[in-house]
Design a protein around this ligand. Structure first.
Ligand code: GLY
Ligand code: MN
Ligand code: MN
Length: 464
């Protein structure tokens, strides 16, 4: 992304909003246990989108009526120089982003107060970071509650419309990240064997990211207890017969995410139960990728996955004959969610769940439109697909003991679920297969080089 690209993004946003002060605070450094011991820094994605500057404590203001942009940042500090070495000057950052004005961040509070007094509206996105909110409150004199309530829906809508459609350069970033992610996934398949700990596989994944001087886009899930959906602990021993679920992805040089999941047998060979369930999940994923094209809603694609899973599990006896012949009714009742309790996927971009900080305006076009049915309520994106959207396609099939026990005790969906057969699959854990897919004018394209996915490919990758 060059200066012209960033300048164009800012200009488009200025044009769309037309008035006010468009205020984009960057992220600060966050202490882990005392102020000088901080977490790895990650810039606010909206700020990255508009200027690409990964530096703590900056802010960007766009002035639509004046047709100019100003970058605010901390002045050069001698202590910083001593402790952190020579810093890239604000002027240099500004130039690389095509911003001609840069100022001391201490000037920002007085500017905002002055403009507000003259009747200009301060427009900003919903703040998700408590520290940023505290700082905004300090410099604007507004209460945190007033700031929370006062974010600008028009700005959020404009940001979503801009960022959902990815340019060729953004696709190239995601594909760049995917090459490293591919290496991470193939290494995990190759290395895993009974007797190792999850942490050893997680370490290999981190080593690959670090060797390429990259961050991971999110805390990786590397576990033999894949039925725990967001399991980010790595203490289990890998045992013969376990399935391992690896959901991990590198970031690109410009901080775009990749997000891939594979499930594979720790001993290198799927047993017949694992293979049967894996094939159902894979069929759902492949058919959904096939259905992706402009105009179809992601809700429809999600419901197709639910249907394939219902039919497949009915064939295996986990769901009833009635479910097999009337999968649409079983899905409408939400019975499949015992096995597939989450959504098919989400938009991907500078955030792994792209713009999730802006709420359901991203995936639903507004608030209050999500289903409250268990399973469907976790579908993050439901609206019609357009060329340039990048979506994850990630169906999963899980055996979650607490959920199975609860539903069985309540006698829930007995018409659709054969709980005795389900019991015989307990212990299988979780399977999810996730790829990152670009919506094209004609249909879709799976991004990145292929990563072992069929049963044969996965077993081969485990054996290499
Ligand atoms: N890696 C998080 C997700 O797949 O949504
Ligand atoms: Mn995902
Ligand atoms: Mn994932």
């Amino acid at each position: 992304m060059d200066a012209t690209c960033y300048a164009k993004r800012r200009e488009d946003l200025r044009q769309t909003l037309g008035s006010g002060l468009l205020f984009f605070p960057g992220n600060p450094l966050i202490p882990r246990n005392y102020p000088a011991n901080v977490y790895a820094f990650r810039q606010n994605s909206q700020l990255l989108y508009l200027c690409g500057i990964s530096r703590p404590g900056i802010a960007l203001v766009l002035f639509p009526e004046e047709g100019r942009d100003v970058l605010y940042g901390p002045p050069e500090d001698l202590d910083d120089l001593v402790w952190h070495g020579p810093q890239v000057a604000l002027a240099e950052f500004a130039e690389a982003a095509g911003i001609s004005e840069f100022r001391d961040i201490a000037e920002l509070g007085p500017l905002i107060c002055d403009r507000k007094a003259r009747g200009q509206k301060l427009r900003y996105l919903p703040p998700y970071h408590e520290r940023v909110l505290t700082w905004m409150s300090r410099i604007t004199g507004e209460s945190q509650e007033a700031l929370r309530q006062g974010s600008c829906p028009e700005l959020a809508r404009a940001a979503v419309e801009q960022r959902l459609i990815k340019s060729a350069a953004e696709i190239a970033e995601i594909e760049d990240a995917l090459e490293i992610t591919r290496e991470m996934h193939l290494a995990a398949m190759r290395l895993a064997r009974p007797g190792l700990r999850e942490s050893e596989i997680a370490a290999a994944i981190q080593e690959i990211a670090l060797r390429h001087d990259r961050s991971q886009a999110y805390l990786p899930i590397v576990t033999v207890r894949g039925e725990v959906l967001h399991n980010c602990e790595y203490g289990n021993l890998l045992q013969d017969g376990d399935l391992m679920l690896n959901d991990s992805g590198a970031e690109s040089p410009l901080f775009y995410a990749s997000d891939i999941t594979r499930a594979f047998p720790v001993n290198g060979r799927f047993d017949s139960q694992q293979k049967d369930v894996y094939e159902v999940c894979l069929q759902a994923q492949l058919e959904c990728i096939d259905r992706i094209r402009p105009g179809i809603t992601y809700r429809e694609v999600h419901l197709h996955a639910c249907r394939v899973i219902t039919e497949g599990l009915a064939q295996l006896g986990l769901m009833t004959e009635e479910a097999r012949f009337n999968p649409a009714a079983a899905v409408a009742d939400g019975a499949h969610a015992l096995f597939f309790p989450h959504g098919l996927g989400h938009a991907l971009g500078l955030d792994v769940h792209d713009m999730e900080d802006l709420g359901d305006i991203v995936g639903y076009g507004g608030e209050g439109l999500r289903s409250d049915q268990f399973g469907l309520n976790f579908l993050r994106f439901a609206r019609p697909l357009e060329p340039g959207h990048v979506m994850t396609v990630e169906p999963g099939i899980y055996f979650i003991p607490a959920l199975i026990d609860r539903w069985r005790a309540e006698g829930r969906h007995q018409r659709w679920i054969d709980y005795d057969v389900v019991e015989s699959f307990q212990g299988l854990g979780g399977i999810r297969i996730e790829d990152d897919v670009l919506v094209t004018a004609e249909g879709s394209r799976v991004l990145g080089s292929p990563i072992a996915k069929s049963v044969a490919e996965v077993e081969d990758a485990c054996a290499t």
